[in-house]
Design a protein around this ligand. Structure first.
Ligand SMILES: *Cc1c(COP(=O)(O)O)cnc(C)c1O
Length: 428
């Protein structure tokens, strides 16, 4: 196969639109509902409730805003309403997914809480229930958990739910990446006490931005609608008895989302085909794809990722912002593959760097399955350190171009480029 750079850049995951989004956006203009009220918001919320099987979905300005209010809501249930000027989690620890986007955990800090990071497992690349058990032994006072489903793959929600129930802890479920994925036939986003989805530009469907908070409680949904619109009380004037936020979804954004929702299943089918094509294409390489529970779960395959076998890894050394690697015949590393596909005008991405290794969170506790509760002393590869599963996946894994507009021919090119990284060094 002759390899040449793609004429048009191949993205990791870019918006895929269908035209009917514009119809609903136009409707917002025509009816002049150009604010955070309107038919598109109501309809988008209704469609998401039907899809996910929850009673309420509240449209908000982003997934991050939804996480912030979800965490505040859970904190209020546990610890009561904070005094104005104070976070709802001050002096409290919260267990959080470690290998995830930082938007999952930042709202804990917004509310003055302290995230305790729980290590990752190899089966689904999500929170490890074994490490979570250890964490409850070490920190029995913790009553809240924030979990994400990475790259669209459901985590071990059943085990995690049981552990949390036994310890009386509430779950905030970050399904921002996993909209449409199921576990035991149920949609992600409804396993937690409160759930969150996102419509950011690179997610499986998009409003260009936006998010929703999911809950079966009408009372909680009303509260979130109120908090997200500056907490106005029912009075003839602007009466404020609780702290408010300006987090409600715009009716224009909701129009785009309304036009995208009917295409969710089609996007998932395209992403699944991409995943399966990579899996088949790489079957003779010393790599595996991001795994999932093939009996109990159906991911949405948002991003296809690969993990290089330990003994096929060339030497790669990562600093805080820089990286070095050695070219070794027969071996490769994420940096070499990402650099090489970039030379061909395609976009991949490293795995989310675990939160316990982020400079802003490095002093926070980190709990692994052996309960050691310590972060590595620095960012460089510490050969012999085995219990930090998240860092191992970060070291050896990467996200492949997963755009649902990628053609089979283009994907075959990517597969060929990756193969050659293990045997020779094209365009070096
Ligand atoms: C995208 C994302 C978010 C945040 O959603 P926004 O709508 O971008 O604010 C939160 N958590 C995870 C895991 C995400 O991937």
């Amino acid at each position: 196969m002759e390899l040449k750079p793609f004429e048009k850049k191949l993205y990791l995951s870019s918006p895929t639109t269908h035209g009917e989004e514009l119809k609903y956006i136009q409707e917002a203009f025509d009816t002049n509902w150009l604010s955070t009220v309107g038919a598109n918001i109501n309809e988008a919320e209704k469609l998401i409730c039907e899809k996910i099987g929850c009673k309420n979905a509240v449209g908000l300005s982003s997934g991050t805003a939804a996480l912030h209010l979800a965490i505040r809501l859970a904190a209020e249930k546990l610890y009561g309403q904070p005094k104005v000027g104070h976070g709802s989690l001050e002096g409290r620890r919260v267990f959080c997914s470690d290998m995830t986007f930082d938007a999952t955990v930042n709202p804990v800090a917004y509310e003055g809480g302290e995230a305790v990071f729980i290590d990752t497992e190899y089966d689904t690349w999500n929170m490890d229930p074994v490490a979570l058990e250890k964490a409850f032994e070490m920190y029995p006072d913790v009553k809240m958990l924030v979990i994400a489903h990475l790259y669209g793959t459901p985590g071990k929600v059943d085990e995690i739910r049981k552990i949390c129930d036994r310890n009386g802890a509430l779950i905030v479920e970050d399904a921002a990446e996993s909209l449409g994925a199921t576990y035991d036939g149920r949609q992600t986003g409804i396993f937690g006490d409160v759930g969150v989805i996102s419509f950011n530009g690179n997610k499986i469907i998009t409003g260009s931005s936006g998010g929703m908070l999911l809950t079966d409680s009408d009372e909680d949904a009303d509260k979130i609608r109120k908090w997200s619109t500056q907490s106005r009380e029912d009075a003839p004037w602007y009466q404020h008895e609780e702290l408010g936020f300006n987090y409600r979804m715009s009716n224009i954004i909701a129009g785009m989302i309304r036009g995208q929702i009917p295409h969710l299943d089609e996007h998932i089918a395209q992403k699944r085909a991409i995943y399966n094509r990579y899996r088949e294409g790489f079957k003779d390489l010393p790599v595996t794809m991001n795994p999932y529970d093939e009996v109990r779960s159906e991911p949405n395959f948002w991003l296809s990722c690969m993990l290089i076998d330990s003994d096929a890894m060339s030497r790669q050394v990562r600093g805080e912002r820089d990286v070095l690697y050695e070219k070794t015949p027969g071996k490769s590393c994420p940096t070499e593959i990402l650099d090489t596909i970039a030379k061909y005008n395609a976009e991949g991405r490293p795995i989310w760097k675990p939160m316990h290794m982020q400079p802003i969170y490095r002093m926070h506790a980190f709990v692994t399955r052996d309960g050691s509760g310590r972060a590595r002393s620095n960012a460089y590869i510490d050969e012999g350190a085995v219990s930090d599963i998240g860092m191992d996946i970060f070291d050896r894994g990467l996200c492949l171009p997963s755009d649902n507009k990628m053609t089979p021919d283009q994907q075959d090119m990517i597969i060929e480029i990756v193969k050659r990284c293990f045997v020779e060094h094209p365009m070096m």
